[in-house]
Design a protein. Structure first.
Length: 327
């Protein structure tokens, strides 16, 4: 068997910054190794904590031929010596040992940046784990999670689930799996609302939605629930900022078909439609002031304000007051 063929079985390159996907890739490599040896274990080590001799010891076949998976983390920080040692090993890997090199795709030094290309050339199994930041990517992630769990979902349900749960991939993955289990596989918007009733009421998204609609009592009630239930203040601030920015962007393009505007704005149609409704009662001056309010709030909840809870309440009241042209 050629060195490249062996490398394809024994060396994995995980590239990207999406933590959930990176963790899954490492676990998948371990699962493959355990098919050959159920007793195979996983050892994690940061690249900066290793010397070439220590790496050689880690990847040497064990005396009793026990399977092992070595996850070499933060490989983008590798120096020349350890990078050269990893590449040399990838060209001639040992039997019974799986090396998983975790790399963000960047790197401070030239050798660290070139490490992924060298491992690809050596024949490593490559798993891409890019950061999921765009709404369309997050929607695709939810759809795929539900499909992998054995279910089916429509567009309205995807939007409702993201709105109810938020943007955290781990929470979305857990929610998708639970919904498939609880519904028998058919996930629609009614099922999402039924199984996540009350969840939205204690997230920053509910606070933000009520604030930009000018609902003073509703926004304050949602904010107090969120704070009492331990929702991080920074997440509430982020939700307020996202809501204000979204209303501003949608207002700027005027009225129109949400499906046509979705591509132009880089948002899912359901979010455009909601923002169009929320934009009633806002004018350019009010939105500009609201943008300034959420920018200041971002700093407040990250340590500038002595009491971030008070800063949140003050910002919510200010945004509510700006709705409808009230200054």
């Amino acid at each position: 068997m050629s060195a490249a063929a062996v490398a394809q079985e024994s060396v994995h390159l995980v590239v990207g910054e999406e933590e959930l996907l990176v963790e899954r890739a490492v676990r998948d490599a371990l699962a493959v190794a355990r098919k050959a040896d159920p007793s195979a274990d996983l050892t994690r080590v940061r690249v900066t904590d290793l010397t070439p001799p220590e790496l050689a010891e880690l990847v040497s076949p064990s005396l009793f031929a026990e399977g092992r998976v070595i996850a070499l983390e933060a490989a983008q920080e590798a120096g020349k010596e350890i990078a050269d040692a990893v590449i040399a090993y990838a060209k001639s890997p040992a039997d019974g040992v799986t090396l998983v090199v975790v790399h963000t795709g960047g790197g401070r030094s030239k050798v660290a940046k070139e490490l992924p290309a060298a491992l690809r050339k050596a024949g490593a199994v490559v798993v891409e784990c890019p950061k999921i930041t765009k709404p369309a990517e997050r929607e695709a992630f939810v759809r795929n999670e539900i499909r992998l769990a054995g279910g089916k979902v429509d567009g309205d349900a995807v939007g409702a689930l993201i709105e109810a749960v938020g943007s955290d991939l781990r929470e979305l993955a857990a929610a998708a799996s639970q919904l498939v289990s609880d519904t028998g596989g058919k996930v629609d918007a009614d099922a999402v609302h039924r199984y996540h009733r009350g969840r939205a009421e204690v997230t920053g998204f509910a606070v933000a939605e009520k604030a930009v609609m000018g609902d003073r009592a509703g926004a304050l009630e949602a904010l107090r629930w969120a704070i009492n239930l331990g929702v991080p203040h920074v997440l509430v601030a982020d939700a307020l900022a996202d809501a204000v920015r979204t209303v501003a962007r949608v207002s700027a393009v005027g009225r129109g078909d949400p499906f046509k505007l979705a591509g132009e704005l880089g948002m899912p149609p359901w979010k455009v439609k909601k923002a169009q409704a929320q934009s009633r009662g806002w004018d350019g001056e009010g939105l500009a002031t609201a943008m300034s309010v959420v920018a200041g709030l971002n700093a407040d909840v990250k340590g500038v304000a002595a009491d971030s809870g008070y800063a949140l309440e003050r910002a919510v009241l200010r945004i509510v007051a700006l709705h409808g042209g009230r200054r």
